[in-house]
Design a binder for this molecule. Structure first.
Ligand SMILES: NC(=O)c1ccc[n+]([C@@H]2O[C@H](COP(=O)([O-])OP(=O)(O)OC[C@H]3O[C@@H](n4cnc5c(N)ncnc54)[C@H](O)[C@@H]3O)[C@@H](O)[C@H]2O)c1
Length: 253
C-alpha cells in the first residue's frame, strides 16, 4: 500500500498505460481521478478499479482544453477532497499525419502540441495549487525515447512535444520544490498498447530483436516505474528522467 491515502489524477486513463497506471496505483491504495477524452473506455477503467476494490471517478476531458482540465481537477477535489499526484500520461502519436518537418501541416502540429504539451501544462496549472494545499506531491510526465533519439521515419510534432515536456519537468521540479512537490519524467521505449495497434507480428518481432532485453514493453512496466516515482520511496528524487526501454538507449553497435 505504497500510495495509501493518496489521490492520483491520471490522464489518458481510458486505455494502455493510463489504464494500467490506474489499476496499479489503486492496488497500492490510491484513489483515482481518471481523466480521458474517451468516455466509454474511461468509465470501463473506473469499473475495473472498483472491481479490484479500489475507488475511482471518471472525468471526461480533452486535456488540450484549459477549461475542461480545470473542471476535471475540480471534480477530483470534490470527490476525494484533495489531489497528491499528477500523472500526465495522455498523448497522441499520429503516424499518418505527423511527419518530418518538410511535410509538416500546421493544423496537425498544433493539435499534437496541444494534447501532448499543453495538456500537461493545464494539468499542472490547476493541479499544482491542490498539491500545495495537500502539503506536497508528485508529478509524473510521460515523455518518450523519441525525444532522445532521431528516427529515420520521423513524427516531429510528437518528438518535439516530448522534448519540451522534459524541459517543463525540470522547471516544475525547481519552481515547486519549496512546496515539497517533485516532478520527474519517464521515457518509455516501445510499449504494446492501443497506440501501437498498427504493429503486425513481423514488426513486433523486429522491435523485440532491437530491444536488448529481448521483448516489447508492457503498460505495467511503465506504471511500476511511475508507482516508485509517485511513492515516498522516491522522496529525494526530482527533476529526473527515467528511461524504461529494455536497454535501447544504452545499446552500442
Ligand atoms: N506505447 C508506446 O510505445 C509509447 C512509447 C513512448 C511513449 N509513449 C507515451 O505513453 C503515453 C501513453 O501512451 P499509450 O501507449 O498508453 O497510448 P494509448 O493510445 O494506448 O492511450 C492514450 C490515451 O490518451 C487518451 N487521449 C488522447 N488524446 C486525449 C486528449 N486530447 N485528452 C485526453 N485524453 C486523450 C486516449 O483516449 C487514450 O486513452 C503517451 O503519452 C505516449 O506518447 C508511448
Amino acid at each position: 500500500m505504497r500510495l495509501k491515502n493518496k489521490v492520483a489524477l491520471i490522464t489518458g486513463a481510458a486505455l494502455g498505460q493510463g489504464r494500467a497506471a490506474c489499476l496499479t496505483f489503486a492496488r497500492e491504495g490510491a484513489k483515482i481521478v481518471a481523466v480521458d477524452i474517451d468516455a466509454d473506455n474511461g468509465e470501463k477503467t473506473v469499473e475495473m478499479v472498483r472491481d479490484q476494490g479500489g475507488e475511482a471517478i471518471f472525468c471526461p476531458c480533452d486535456v488540450a482544453l484549459e477549461r475542461q482540465v480545470a473542471q476535471a481537477v475540480a471534480e477530483g477535489v470534490e470527490a476525494f477532497n484533495k489531489i497528491d499526484i499528477l500523472y500526465n500520461n495522455a498523448g497522441v502519436l499520429w503516424r499518418d499525419r505527423d511527419f518530418e518537418v518538410t511535410r509538416t501541416v500546421e493544423e496537425n502540429w498544433d493539435r499534437v502540441m496541444a494534447i501532448n504539451l499543453k495538456g500537461p501544462v493545464w494539468v499542472c496549472k490547476y493541479g499544482i495549487p491542490e498539491l500545495i494545499k495537500a502539503g506536497g506531491g508528485s508529478i509524473i510526465n510521460i515523455a518518450s525515447i523519441s525525444a532522445l533519439l532521431g528516427f529515420t521515419t520521423a513524427q516531429d510534432a510528437y518528438t518535439c512535444s516530448k522534448g519540451a515536456l522534459i524541459s517543463l519537468t525540470r522547471s516544475l521540479a525547481i519552481v515547486y520544490a519549496k512546496h515539497g512537490i517533485r516532478a520527474n519524467a519517464i521515457h518509455p521505449g516501445p510499449v504494446e498498447t492501443p497506440m501501437q495497434k498498427d504493429w503486425d507480428d513481423e514488426t513486433k518481432r523486429q522491435i523485440a530483436d532491437w530491444v536488448p532485453l529481448g521483448r516489447i514493453g508492457r503498460a505495467e512496466d511503465i506504471a511500476n516505474c511511475a508507482l516508485f516515482l509517485a511513492s515516498d520511496d522516491a522522496s529525494f528524487i526530482t527533476g529526473q528522467e527515467i528511461t524504461v526501454d529494455g536497454g535501447i538507449m544504452v545499446k552500442g553497435a
